[in-house]
Design a protein. Sequence first.
Length: 277
Amino acid sequence: MDRLKVGPDLVGRVTDSVETAYLEGGGSAFAMEVGGASHAPPVVHRFSERFECRRCGIAYEVPQPRLFSFNSPFGACPTCHGFGNVIELDLNLAVPDQSKSIQQNAIEPFTKPAYRSHLVDLKRAARARGVRLTTPWRDLRDEERQFVVEGDESTVEQVTKNLHKLVDVIKVSDVSIQNCVSRELALVRVRANVQTRSEIMQIVDIFRANIVDVAPDSLMIEVTGDEDKVDSLQNLLRSFGVLEVMRTGTIAMDRGLSDEQTDKDNSGSTHRMESGL
């Protein structure tokens, strides 16, 4: 804190005080105007050398070209990732007339010809679960509506049983609720010319991907990561013209060793690392 009387011959002193205040205050400084014959309360002046509002304190990033680039994820909305829309389920739109039953096509999307097969599957599963098909939607129990919207664990169990029927499957493990590492590999061929090649390479660097093939009119990009990362890169490359995409799907493996694997290692038997889908 520095207390001084403002005058025309104290410009250097004021400058030194403000610089010291910025240094000690992490980029912010306050000046209190006190004194006067009226004994009025002190007037506080707030100053900041950062990009922030002096009144509310909202801070902003230093302006950079990538913050204003359509093809850069920096500066994009963290909710919609810059695409302007978010995929969510609105039950008021999915079931606009809650006085109808499932049998009366209460679920609006399933009334479209392209989704009628899904409605048949839903009715079959609902009958097996005991969900009432002729009862108005608003009169269904919470667990019945939850089954229609989210399904249940029996679906995962059925998928597991079907996977066990495959010849090459040794073991099926559900790693969705465990501490695991999951990755997906994708190859993306994108149209590129002299004008767009450098911008595409910048996007590839941001996503820590690799360019594995170069042609006069295209680039082949290899990216590894979670599903959201692969989707985000693919969406950014669409503006340049995506020619071809190959994706492996997600593979996963538990972190560390399970108790069963540890016992096998201690007994000296052969240990095989397994992956879960």
